[in-house]
Design a protein around this ligand. Structure first.
Ligand SMILES: C[S@@+](CC[C@H](N)C(=O)[O-])C[C@H]1O[C@@H](n2cnc3c(N)ncnc32)[C@H](O)[C@@H]1O
Length: 272
């Protein structure tokens, strides 16, 4: 395995932090393992050579592969269910039923989070709960994760944590492949988009943003920049839900704390 020299490690960490916000300063060995095949496949003999190629290739195939290999895409269905309950019991009941309700799932990985939300909302509708017309946009920087999300095919074992009736209502099992796929009418309800959270996205558009278990991998400066990006993407008094282990620093000028990991955009001041 090719080892990273100190200066190469610093350069690679800087690149990932500046461009994507991801802090890899304690992940030296992980980087070496995850990039081993890339270097071998491309017949690259040192990280200095790799970094030179990467600089020339900005936004190209080498960078795409770097991002796919260095992002942590761990996710699962029904993760942190109390958030979904809060959305159903407190957020959606106060929504304007006559206007579209836009939700952004930021850092969606391979799609389990979006599909959990959609299937829960379908259950709600079946129970007769009145909901607005909901649009869901799900974004990630990993093209590999987005492809998996779009495919919506998962190992059958993942069904164990889903309510029994979801298996037929929203999923289709493929015995021979030991997998199941999400039914097309569920998949159709989400729009997967490649987007880097370090860049602003849709100003004043979303009523709710979920960005769960993404910013734990970021440094503090990038996190603050992203909270600002989210504030400009949210409509007035919109909601932001982070992962259970994440929090916005106390006293942040844009957000009101509602409960652990759940925030609401403060009333926007009219321009002076
Ligand atoms: C650990 S997964 C979390 C998935 C899901 N939100 C959940 O809670 O299970 C984090 C995801 O954030 C994505 N990510 C990391 N940095 C990003 C960035 N700068 N822009 C967009 N997505 C990013 C990663 O590619 C990864 O798929």
């Amino acid at each position: 395995m090719i080892r990273l020299k100190d200066d190469e490690f610093i350069q690679l960490c800087d690149f990932m932090k500046t461009k994507y916000g991801i802090n890899l300063s304690k992940k030296r060995i992980l980087i070496e393992y995850r990039l081993m095949n890339t270097l071998n496949n491309e017949h690259i003999s040192s990280y200095s050579q790799y970094l030179r190629l990467l600089k020339k290739d900005t936004g190209g195939k080498l960078e795409e592969e770097l991002v796919n290999r260095l992002t942590t895409n761990y996710t699962f269905f029904m993760r942190e269910p109390s958030h979904f309950q809060f959305i159903e019991e407190h957020i959606l009941p106060e929504a304007d039923m006559h206007a579209p309700y836009h939700i952004w799932i930021a850092g969606c990985s391979s799609g389990q989070e979006c599909y959990t939300l959609i299937m829960r909302l379908e259950d709600q509708r079946k129970r007769g709960v009145k909901l607005p017309e909901i649009t869901i946009t799900a974004t990630d920087i990993s093209t590999k994760a987005l492809q998996e999300a779009q495919q919506g095919e998962y190992p059958v074992e993942a069904l164990d944590v889903l309510p029994r009736h979801w298996k037929h209502a929203y999923c289709q099992v493929h015995e021979e492949r030991k997998t199941f796929t999400i039914r097309p009418f569920v998949k159709k309800q989400v729009n997967f988009v490649h987007h880097n959270l370090m860049e602003p996205y849709h100003r004043n558009y979303f009523q709710l943003i979920l960005c769960r278990n993404v910013l734990i991998y970021f440094d503090e400066v990038s996190r603050l920049r992203i909270y600002e990006n989210f504030a400009s993407s949210l409509k007035n008094r919109g909601y932001l839900i982070l992962g259970h282990a994440e929090m916005i620093p106390q006293g942040h000028p844009s957000y009101e704390y509602l409960k652990s990991s759940v925030y609401r955009l403060k009333e926007r001041q009219p321009y002076g």
